[in-house]
Design a protein around this ligand. Structure first.
Ligand code: ADP
Length: 586
């Protein structure tokens, strides 16, 4: 995977390339757009100007053609010819000629119609300044005399211009007069004045004869217009304006009609097209940059997501491995502990057994006394029985036999308890009757107590309570506690061991107390430790209370010790009360 820096570097490079390429393309597009827009605008302008040019050239040719033909047509009219004949001698300023000229002028809308004699003398005309002043008459007469159509541009000043056509009037092949038709350009120029484009007509000698700009009239085109390649410059108000020059030759007249078009729309079309193209390019570039930036962010994000996922995966894998390792080691430890516990339990069972046998050893003298006493009684009852049979006193003999039976029963009971105590107990627990347990324990402990002169008192709710535990092991608890109390009292006279049972909150409490010397303060914390003893070597091994503690804990209870008010020791055994219905003989 590429590093973040590498990716950013690549994108920076791509951005630079993109911007460069974009700049080149944008320049080309802007240039092309500006060029095309200019060309289109120029095309439009030229088309429009060309249209004007066509219309105006047609109009002009049409107008002048009409008057061009008018002169020869008039010359051929017999009525016109007769004007010259009739008035040849008498009246050159003939009324008839003037009248005809006036009528013709009115009909044709020519500015003047004049009739001249071949020598230039005027026969008559309608009106107008050109005839009176004879302006430009010479070439008109000479052309007409030679049988050609005469024509000439006449000007009395910029505002008084006319075009004249002349034709000779012949009678029987002889030139008798000349008809001249004058045309002014007032209407044409008036129509052109409506156009905002300069329109003008040049003669072959480059004189501007017609123009919708009054000050151009009758001036040389060179004086007014500057040639600028495909454009012409027109100075006005101190500055020179450029125009597109569209021109058309009018072949019959030898004139050239010009229409000048303002190229300003080309510039504005170029400017707006350029601006729009630039904006569009900028926008496209911007969008491309934004998209690219977004793409870069997405890639970087994806990369960081992937890295995070990988990191997480690695962490999870490591944790899982560590967990399964610790799990395995835990299982091993559990296994080891279980082994140790099994061994411990076995050792503990052995110890308990050993302790019991030790206790039995201690108690054996007292217990054998317990057996010997009924045996001696049985013997004397039996001896007496024999004597009473000899004497024939069957009643007394039966009574003795009954006593013997009772004593045997008692011995059998003691023997059974001894056996069950010496046997290894089962581990099972259940509800046991507290009275039974304590009775069995005392069966074993009492002979020793009696021998030592210690009285054992029972009180409280011993007979009514059931507790959770195992009968034999619980019996051992009380055998140990009573034996210890008897040991502690020792030779003291008036020794008493008291066993009290009472109910606590969810508890069955049995207290075993004595009136011995009590437990020394410094020993209190250690008496439940295994092998802690204050007794002389050979008298005790210090595991009695440790076994008591273990057994009570096994049954979910606890044992504690303190010294009572009379100075003797008090052992408090707390057990869990059991449901009476669940009582079992365990
Ligand atoms: P052992 O009886 O073999 O010494 P135990 O674990 O039964 O071992 O008792 C430990 C010690 O606790 C005894 O040595 C004794 O000092 C003390 N002890 C036990 N019961 C009593 C008691 N009723 N009064 C005074 N001390 C006692």
């Amino acid at each position: 995977m590429h590093s973040r820096l590498q990716i950013e570097e690549r994108f920076r490079l791509a951005r630079t390339v993109l911007i460069t390429v974009w700049a080149v393309i944008a320049l080309a597009i802007v240039f092309y757009t500006v060029h095309t827009a200019g060309r289109n605008a120029e095309g439009d302008i030229l088309a429009e100007a060309g249209e004007t040019l066509s219309v105006q050239s047609e109009t002009l040719s049409g107008v002048l053609d009409k008057y061009r033909l008018m002169a020869p047509l008039l010359a051929r009219q017999s009525s016109v010819a007769s004007l010259f004949i009739l008035n040849a001698e008498d009246n050159p300023q003939s009324i008839a000629a003037k009248g005809m000229a006036g009528a013709l002028t009115g009909m044709s809308a020519a500015s003047d119609v004049a009739f001249f004699f071949p020598d230039g003398a005027l026969l008559g005309h309608a009106n107008g300044p050109f005839v009176e002043s004879r302006t430009g008459l010479e070439p008109l007469i000479s052309a007409a005399s030679q049988g050609r159509l005469g024509r000439a541009m006449l000007a009395l000043g910029p505002e008084q211009r006319a075009y004249a056509f002349s034709s000779g009037v012949r009678r029987n092949g002889k030139l008798v007069g000349i008809v001249v038709v004058y045309v002014d350009f007032f209407r044409i120029e008036a129509a052109w004045a409506l156009s905002n484009r300069p329109i003008y007509v040049t003669e072959e000698d480059d004189t501007i004869i017609l123009a919708n700009v009054p000050r151009w009239r009758m001036r040389e085109a060179d004086e007014i217009l500057q040639d600028r390649g495909d454009r012409v410059g027109v100075p006005s108000d101190g500055e020179v304006r450029s125009y597109l020059d569209m021109s058309r030759r009018l072949p019959v007249l030898g004139w050239t009609l010009h229409v000048l078009a303002d190229p300003a729309p080309i510039m504005s079309a170029r400017a707006s097209a350029g601006a729009i193209a630039t904006l569009a390019c900028l926008l496209v570039g911007l969008v491309a940059l934004i998209l690219m930036r977004r793409y870069e962010t997405t890639i970087l994000q994806a990369r960081s997501d992937k890295a995070t996922a990988l990191r997480l995966e690695r962490v999870v894998r490591d944790r899982t491995r560590a967990l399964s390792e610790s799990n395995q080691s835990l299982s091993r430890e559990v296994e080891t502990r279980r082994d140790a516990e099994t061994k411990l339990r076995a050792a503990q069972a052995e110890l308990i057994q050993a302790a019991k046998l030790a206790a039995l050893g201690q108690m054996s003298a007292a217990i054998s006394h317990e057996f010997n006493q009924p045996l001696a009684a049985i013997r004397s009852y039996a001896d007496n029985g024999q004597k009473f049979i000899d004497l024939g006193r069957a009643e007394v003999t039966r009574d003795n036999l009954g006593r013997i039976n009772g004593l045997v029963d008692r011995m059998a009971e003691l023997s059974r308890t001894l056996l069950s105590f010496a046997r290894k107990p089962g581990q099972a627990t259940g509800a046991v009757h507290l009275g039974t347990v304590i009775e069995e324990a005392l069966l074993l402990a009492r002979p020793r107590a009696r021998k030592a002169g210690v009285e054992i008192r029972l009180s409280g709710e011993i007979d009514t309570m059931t507790v959770s535990g195992g009968r034999v092991r619980l019996g051992q608890v009380f055998v140990n506690l009573v034996n210890n109390a008897v040991d502690a009292i020792g030779e003291r006279p008036g020794g008493v061991v008291e066993i009290v049972a009472k109910r606590g909150e969810n508890l069955a409490i049995v207290e075993v107390s004595d009136n011995g010397p009590g437990i020394p303060e410094q020993a209190l914390d250690h008496i439940f430790d295994p092998f802690f003893t204050t007794k002389a070597t050979g008298e005790g091994i210090g595991i009695g209370l440790s076994i008591v503690d273990n057994i009570v804990r096994d049954f979910g209870g606890k044992v504690s010790a303190h010294n009572g008010e009379n100075g003797g020791a008090v052992f408090r055994v707390e057990l869990l009360p059991a449901d009476a219905k669940a009582m079992a003989d365990v």
